[in-house]
Design a protein around this ligand. Structure first.
Ligand SMILES: Nc1nc2c(ncn2[C@@H]2O[C@H](COP(=O)(O)OP(=O)(O)OP(=O)(O)O)[C@@H](O)[C@H]2O)c(=O)[nH]1
Ligand SMILES: [Mg+2]
Length: 393
């Protein structure tokens, strides 16, 4: 995975623009609402350029045109845009972008609270995942939410004030944003801020989402059972379980329905595809949190599997090796086969399992090993500080 590591360093070096850097870590699809809002045409732009354009546009719109003349059109830093908004809202700028975004989110909630009907407050309260009496006062509501939600406060608030979250935006938008658009922007009193403030809140949401985002990479040789694994583990029908080896030729990025931040990436091998995949896919691969490496019990561990598995391991992320199609091995041969495969991969015992994600009905009526794989995923994602509540088990 040297290429992947290099990609990461390149990204960091690419640009001192902290905003574009953050946006590049998102999936392209996640940036589209923000692009639309800022009038950036995403057509034909890969993730990299889209992130750069959005970043530049937001920074330019967030400052005065006059000042831009002296900056060669680059606009101020994102932090400077935030500072200006925070000051305008009557607060003292925080030490970094995240803190300032959070201050603005809180400010919008507080201001909007005062303009809301009781009924609207109840909906927002429920959306924040809060129960109990709904305070009338915005400051009190904020404090209660902060105390009850603890570590989840920032994320829940961000989902409410951003506009890209599919599940929440439906009612967060009509509730909070128009109010932010009228009442709060009245305080800011700058025409561009009607665009810039919501955009900044959306960036804040994306930042929180990145903290919560879970990307599971499913890697394996042709026909090892990657699509079958995704079906059995996540209940996601890729429609692509296919007896023809090599039917998945591209890196597929799948989002779990219902989930806002759980992604599964289906990757046909590592070594040879890394060269050919698109820029976006390469970046997605660079940000995989955990790998499930699927080995085909029919054919077993050869040089290609050894190289691909080792590449996953070099990423430094947790890697689970799963020998799939275990149903096709005679029971008295399974143990020795598994011991041999584990030795060839040089896989730690605790990161090595056997499974049958799509067994032949005559050999096993139900998939084998799925619970064990799920338990491994939960444990390792927990250890990485990820929010595992969106996992579908
Ligand atoms: N017997 C048995 N067959 C399986 C198992 N898992 C998958 N298969 C079969 O193996 C074939 C390939 O499965 P896929 O899930 O398409 O494998 P893949 O890794 O996505 O394949 P490519 O995308 O072509 O590389 C299909 O015919 C599956 O039905 C298993 O646990 N046992
Ligand atoms: Mg496939």
């Amino acid at each position: 995975m040297t290429q992947l590591t290099e990609t990461r360093t390149d990204l960091a070096r690419h640009d001192a623009d902290s905003l574009a850097e953050l946006l590049r870590r998102c999936h392209r699809e996640e940036l589209l609402p923000l692009a639309r809002r800022l009038g950036v045409n995403p057509h034909g732009l890969g993730l990299d350029h889209l992130a750069t354009n959005i970043g530049r546009t937001l920074r330019r719109k967030g400052s005065s045109g006059f000042a831009n003349l002296f900056r060669g059109g680059q606009g101020p830093t994102y932090e400077a845009v935030l500072e200006r908004l925070v000051r305008k809202a009557g607060m003292v700028p925080g030490a970094d972008a995240e803190r300032m975004e959070r201050a603005l989110m809180e400010w919008v909630l507080r201001k909007s609270w005062e303009a809301m009907e009781d009924e609207e407050r109840q909906v927002v309260w429920a959306d924040l995942e809060l129960v109990g009496p709904v305070p009338d006062d915005g400051t009190e509501a904020l404090e209660t939410a902060r105390q009850s939600l603890g570590g989840r406060f920032a994320w829940n608030l961000a989902r409410l004030t951003g506009f890209g979250a599919a599940s929440v935006a439906g009612f967060a938008l009509p509730l909070l944003m128009p109010i932010a658009g009228c009442a709060t922007l009245f305080y800011l009193s700058r025409p561009n801020d009607a665009e810039v403030l919501p955009a900044v809140l959306e960036v804040g949401r994306l930042r929180q989402q990145l903290r919560h985002r879970v990307t599971v990479g499913v890697v394996g040789s042709p026909s090892s059972g990657k699509d079958a694994a995704i079906g059995a583990i996540f209940g996601l029908d890729t429609g692509n379980v296919n007896p023809v080896a090599g039917s998945t030729k591209e890196v597929a990025i799948l989002r779990l329905p219902e989930a806002t931040s759980l992604w599964v990436v289906n990757t046909p091998g590592m070594g040879d595809i890394i060269e050919s995949v698109t820029e976006e896919a390469r970046q997605v691969l660079a940000f995989i949190d955990v790998f499930v490496y699927v080995v085909n019990a029919q054919g077993g561990v050869q040089a290609r599997e050894q190289a691909d598995y080792a590449m996953c391991q070099r990423s430094g992320r947790p890697v689970l090796a799963v020998v799939n199609k275990i149903d096709t091995l005679r029971e008295d041969q399974r143990d020795s086969y598994l011991a041999d495969a584990r030795t060839k991969l040089d896989a730690p015992e605790e990161d090595f399992l056997a499974a049958a994600f799509d067994p032949l009905p005559q050999l096993s009526e139900t998939p084998i090993g799925v619970d064990e794989v799920r338990a491994w995923l939960t444990t390792h994602l927990d250890e990485l500080g990820k929010d595992t509540r969106e996992l579908p088990w």
